[in-house]
Design a binder for this molecule. Structure first.
Ligand SMILES: [Zn+2]
Ligand SMILES: [Zn+2]
Length: 85
């Protein structure tokens, strides 16, 4: 988990930062339990698995890709973001 302090508040970089780009604030007691932002919690409810050299299921290019939850397929980061908008 990557954290920073901003105005004395702890901010955590979302574990899915490559997808959502979010930093979020947490209370001290939440440090151990939250590593994804509220938006990711809502959309994915999990930490996404992102890996290099996987074939995107849409463009068929081998690049850094996201494992689609509940499936064995991958989508490149661009396509994964497009589908979630
Ligand atoms: Zn997030
Ligand atoms: Zn793609």
């Amino acid at each position: 988990m990557i954290t920073r302090v901003n105005n004395k508040e702890i901010e955590v970089r979302c574990a899915n930062y490559e997808i959502c780009g979010a930093w979020f604030k947490i209370k001290d007691i939440e440090v151990k339990t939250w590593d994804i932002c509220k938006k990711c919690d809502l959309y994915y409810n999990t930490r996404l698995y992102i890996a290099d050299n996987k074939k995107c299921n849409l463009c068929f290019k081998i690049k850094r890709s996201v494992s689609i939850p509940s499936s064995s397929n991958y989508l490149c980061i661009n396509h994964f973001k497009l589908l979630k908008q």
